[in-house]
Design a protein around this ligand. Sequence first.
Ligand SMILES: Cc1cc2nc3c(=O)[nH]c(=O)nc-3n(C[C@H](O)[C@H](O)[C@H](O)COP(=O)(O)OP(=O)(O)OC[C@H]3O[C@@H](n4cnc5c(N)ncnc54)[C@H](O)[C@@H]3O)c2cc1C
Length: 349
Amino acid sequence: MKFAVVGGGVLGRTLAMELLPYGPVDIWDPHPKNGRESSAYQAGGMLAPYSEREKGEPQVFALGKASLELWPQLFDKLSKFGLHHQSQGSLIVAHRRDHGLWHEVRDKVCHSLPDQSFEEGPAHHYEAELSANLGKALFLPQEAHVDPRSFLEASYSFLLEHGVQWIQERVPQLAPGNVPVLFDQYDYTFDCRGLGALQDTEDLRGVRGEAAIVHAPQVNLHRPVRVMHPRYSLYVVPRPNNRYYLGATQIESSSNSPVTLRSGLEILSAAFAIHPGFAESHIEELCVGLRPAFFDNNPEIRVSGRFIQVNGLFRHGFLLSPIIAHLAAAHVLGNHDQQLFDTIVKDIS
Ligand SMILES: Cc1cc2nc3c(=O)[nH]c(=O)nc-3n(C[C@H](O)[C@H](O)[C@H](O)COP(=O)(O)OP(=O)(O)OC[C@H]3O[C@@H](n4cnc5c(N)ncnc54)[C@H](O)[C@@H]3O)c2cc1C
């Protein structure tokens, strides 16, 4: 079998890795290597299905847990190509004055979880440098994170080394019943263009996210920390060389205009609230990205014969790509034994 993957963001690259053992794969994307134009480039890289229960999306939790189990295979494949990742768990904290909010979130996240899936205790017990102004921390030991930009570079090198052809072209139109003849050469064509598929995909929308990247030599945190506040919840995610990713906002807008003053203040003050050392950090980037989402914020695999749209990974593209890629490949390989399969694969032909 020969496969085309249109769109080489986090999903397209992960799907290409999944398909490789079954035949030649071409990726069509005008932006190779660092994926600068993708939503993935701006992401925090959290692999956090437990924390995401705060948002109350049960399907994301089920898919996310399954996907988290697949990530170690990608860590193994990509580490030698420079992927940075950590699997030391994550923390949820709030300022002491917001302890009511913290308890509310703790109850949502831990509801019906087995005891070994979480712990709680003083924040500095898990990260010695966290501010004494924080109340308790919820520790989720199974969560992990990757550095998205190192993922994009490492996966590019991996794919090229394994014979994937990267066709550096934009595919302007691609929809069920409107697949260019050029794609007749493939047994299956997967549309993984994220928001690039906006015009061709029913119900797709962009959800704005703003973030900052700072260099903070005075700060030594080892785990991502999610900071709860009555108006927002934001992550402080450690990256290599004392860099920290701070973000991201979630705003119902498909504008990718620069970060607003209000968002910038919220993002930066969340970091300062958990560690005073951020006061002297240098802001290296203020970034904006759009998350591709369907109306219910759940991902879908829409099948129309040999053309398959895979989209709507919303705020979970890193977390979910391995399981979504696995399910999309399972469809074409005729291996439908996954319990999760029926929940997201839709025949639209
Ligand atoms: C600020 C922010 C923070 C986030 N944080 C996290 C997080 O912590 N954890 C997490 O799991 N997820 C996170 N996400 C979500 C995640 O980034 C997205 O869900 C994910 O990137 C979607 O993957 P994708 O491959 O579908 O789309 P993208 O990553 O956007 O990739 C789409 C690709 O398609 C290509 N393309 C577009 N149009 C065309 C065309 N016409 N022809 C050919 N190629 C085309 C683009 O060049 C791009 O490479 C975050 C997103 C944002 C914006």
